[in-house]
Design a binder for this molecule. Structure first.
Ligand SMILES: [Zn+2]
Length: 129
């Protein structure tokens, strides 16, 4: 599994990302990047066809045959409070591991996935490593 670290938010942040990805047992590589707001908005508009300004997004590539994710990049805006950035990371990871889609982007399935990510985040005390 390939992991590219964000570094911008520091080693603790990177370690949380690394540990979450490991414990979630994702079957595809996930990269984490930090960018300025303008760059994130550009990706959101060009790739995801969304005009909204957001603090974080994940962009995925899929296998044409089974529509499964083959790789993902999580983008998080720079200059945010670190704890906020951490929770955005949990939020986006939940999108990547959720089983199937919901009618709304943050429906039941996303909620279930978020709970899983969050439990790892708080339950294993990963910051003390
Ligand atoms: Zn979301």
């Amino acid at each position: 599994m390939e992991i590219v670290l964000a570094s911008y938010y520091g080693r603790d942040f990177d370690n949380i990302f690394k540990l979450l990805v490991k414990k979630l047992k994702c079957k595809f590589p996930i990269k984490l990047r930090t960018l300025n707001q303008i760059e994130i908005d550009k990706i959101n508009k060009n790739i995801l066809q969304c005009d909204e300004s957001v603090y974080a997004i994940c962009v995925t590539e899929h296998n044409i045959k089974n529509n499964k994710i083959t790789k993902a990049i999580i983008y998080i805006v720079r200059k945010l409070p670190k704890l906020f950035a951490e929770h955005l990371l949990l939020h986006e990871l939940a999108h990547l591991i959720q089983k199937g889609g919901d009618k709304s982007p943050h429906g039941y399935r996303w909620g279930e996935a978020y709970a899983k990510v969050y439990n790892i985040y708080i339950g294993k005390d990963i910051r003390k490593k």
